[in-house]
Design a protein around this ligand. Structure first.
Ligand code: ZN
Length: 168
């Protein structure tokens, strides 16, 4: 009901969305590092084997296997780079959009609202929730009549008596 509570919720959601996008970007980076490590390992193995003499059958087999692994890693890397090329730019764009939205929302919030949010956030991951069917959507318990009245008036931020979340 209260506009500031709504803005708090939108700010919180924008931060969460930004974080989800960041996770996707981190995953791409981790995959790239994993492939680079595999490639280095395969290359090191080939160097270690060197050039086995033609009658060193075990050495020849070992070399073939190492070369095959390097070929596979290169194929996987090629495929991954295409995927990365497609995804990374879009993800970075989306991250920037959510960052902008979060910054814009944050600038519109009062220091009191931010302080309250951060205090609740220490223990609760979603400090701002909506009211539906006269209930808090954080703990799903019904709100008292007095609480509903306070919330309807919308003069200040209202928190749930049961769980302490800010009610929108
Ligand atoms: Zn609650």
């Amino acid at each position: 009901m209260m506009i500031e509570a709504r803005r708090l919720l939108e700010w919180h959601q924008a931060k969460e969305k930004r974080q989800a996008v960041q996770k996707e970007l981190d995953k791409l980076r981790a995959r790239e590092e994993e492939l680079a490590a595999r490639r280095q390992e395969a290359e090191a193995k080939i160097r270690r084997i060197g050039e086995p003499s033609p009658d060193d059958i075990d050495g020849q087999i070992e070399l073939k296997l190492a070369q095959q692994e390097l070929w596979l890693v290169n194929k996987d890397t090629e495929r991954f780079m295409e995927e990365k090329f497609e995804k990374e730019f879009a993800l970075m764009e989306t991250r920037r959009e959510w960052e902008e939205k979060a910054a814009e929302r944050e600038a519109s919030l009062s220091p009191e609202a931010l302080a309250l949010y951060h205090r609740i956030r220490e223990n609760i991951s979603n400090p701002v929730v909506e009211v539906r069917r006269r209930s808090c959507m954080g703990c799903f318990l019904p709100l008292s009549v007095a609480k509903m009245e306070e919330w309807h008036k919308g003069k200040s931020l209202v928190t749930c008596d049961e769980c302490g979340r800010i009610l929108v």
